[in-house]
Design a protein around this ligand. Structure first.
Ligand code: FAD
Length: 437
């Protein structure tokens, strides 16, 4: 097929870079797109959309490539890659930042921190801003500042007709609402965002580690503690066969953080490499970011927790961890609440605002042949976790969800389908779990 009409940098299977550039961050995804179009301008994006429509070829939208299920690529499609559009401009007069859609978190943190701001983002420096904010976005500042998308003021998007439009609280309000929680790959290709920033210099970085003797106690403490925890603290924790980690940011001094975490510090098995330190915000971000390695093979997902887990629930979770097939299999816990709960479930497309935390299930492996063992483990744990949770986080997607629309968007799904019909009547932007018009 002739690719005339596509602009930007077009990579096809005959290019020597194709074998590398077709890959996602999750190396267990193995797709062969017809071409990858690296877009330098919204016009390149528009040309790609028009070309796909004219030639009846499917498309996928891609930025940081971190989608767990690989929904930013597919076989035989045009991948519209926004990474060449990666400018980041801080406006110190009104404490905002304009970020082009292709930027990744690491650069955004560095550039905003140079001007004295804390960007409210996620933990992995190579995650794309686009997938993160369009799915809601959580991180180690979210109880203090809300979801990543709660700090979004405006976006520009190339729609299904190939037109560049602006959406905010005044223009295309419905689209703006939809893109804050359900925008990943569904309504158009976003080309830029404007975010509110927060002036911050120092915060308290928390990195606590335990051996595996207190896992049951840890989960129980986590859920009880979170009911009344100070909203300035956000934490991500993980439990594996080997032990427990808890990483967090506290927007206040070290002495206060120690008081807030007192009961955790008393849990048996606390390791010597644990630390609580008052550091410049950017150092805290980098310390957490340094845990993420290069791309690997994994299966992962996550569900919203509303209920109090019983002793049996906790025992079962520990049993699943103990029968996991490797050391890199985790039950993870991500705090929600705080500022996220200040808004109602129809404030934006992100529905599950009253959840206390997310339970994540993740398994990483090295050898291709081992994939099924690890995927089966995730699937078994998922079946159990489904019975004690409500709804799935769209940024931790899971192909096995039966009613994915309701699972990701709850009662907002009906409104999202109406908005989809308005902005993408012909369902140009579709993938296995896209919103149906
Ligand atoms: C190692 C790792 C760490 C993570 N940490 C966090 C975290 O701390 N907090 C959190 O909330 N999530 C986290 N996630 C999940 C992450 O937010 C999602 O995977 C997110 O969708 C990734 O965005 P991306 O741009 O990197 O990925 P991509 O795979 O490029 O895109 C993800 C989705 O967004 C769509 N999309 C991409 N660009 C655009 C665009 N310009 N316009 C419209 N749609 C677009 C894609 O089509 C796809 O559906 C993590 C994931 C990984 C793998």
């Amino acid at each position: 097929m002739r690719l005339n009409g596509l602009t930007g940098r077009v990579i096809t299977p005959s290019d020597k870079e194709y074998p590398t550039l077709r890959l996602e961050y999750n190396l267990s995804i193995n797709k062969f797109p017809l071409a990858i179009v690296y877009c330098y301008t919204p016009t390149d994006v528009s040309n790609a959309i028009k070309w796909c429509r004219k030639h009846h070829v499917g498309l996928r939208i891609r930025t940081g490539k971190h989608n767990y299920e690989g929904y930013s690529t597919d076989n035989g499609v045009i991948v519209i890659d926004t990474t060449p559009m990666d400018k980041i401009e801080v406006n110190t007069k009104n404490d905002t930042v304009k970020i082009q859609a292709g930027a990744r978190l690491g650069n955004i943190y560095s550039i905003t921190a140079e001007k004295g701001y804390a960007f409210n983002g996620g933990t992995c420096p190579t995650v794309g801003i686009s997938g993160l904010v369009l799915g809601g976005g959580i991180g180690l500042s979210c109880r203090n500042f809300g979801l990543v998308s709660d700090n979004l003021i405006e976006l520009q998007l190339v729609n299904a007709k190939g037109d560049l439009i602006t959406a905010n609280n005044h223009i295309h309000r419905d689209l703006f609402w939809a893109c804050r929680g359900a925008g990943g790959g569904n309504f158009g290709v976003v080309t830029s965002y404007t975010f509110r920033l927060h002036k911050v210099n120092y915060i308290t970085l928390i990195q606590l580690r335990w051996n595996n003797i207190s896992r049951g106690k840890f989960i129980n403490l986590w859920q009880c503690w979170l009911r009344t925890a100070d909203k300035r603290i956000s934490c991500f924790a993980g439990l594996s066969k080997k032990g427990i980690y808890l990483n967090g940011f506290f927007y206040g001094p070290k002495s206060e953080a120690e008081k807030i975490l007192k009961e955790f510090l008393l849990l048996p098995g606390l390791l010597d490499n644990s630390l609580i330190e008052y550091v410049p915000f950017i150092d805290a971000v980098k310390a957490i970011g340094s845990f993420y390695g290069p791309p690997d093979r994994f299966k992962a997902t996550g569900r919203f927790v509303y209920c109090h887990l019983s002793k049996t629930n906790i025992r079962n979770l520990i049993k699943y961890i103990d029968c996991s097939p490797g050391d890199d299999c985790f039950i993870r816990l991500y705090t929600l609440g705080g500022k996220i709960k200040d808004f109602s479930s129809d404030y934006s497309a992100y529905y599950y605002r009253d959840a206390s935390y997310i339970i994540g299930i993740t398994a990483d492996w090295e050898e291709y042949e081992d994939g099924n063992i690890f995927k089966n483990w995730v699937s078994q744990v998922f079946k159990y976790v489904e019975t004690i949770t409500n709804g799935s986080y769209v940024n931790f997607p899971y192909a096995g969800l039966k009613y994915y629309g309701y699972e990701y968007y709850g009662e907002n799904y009906g409104t999202l389908r109406i908005i989809k019909k308005i902005y993408d009547h012909d369902n140009v932007f579709r993938f296995p779990q896209s919103i149906e018009p």
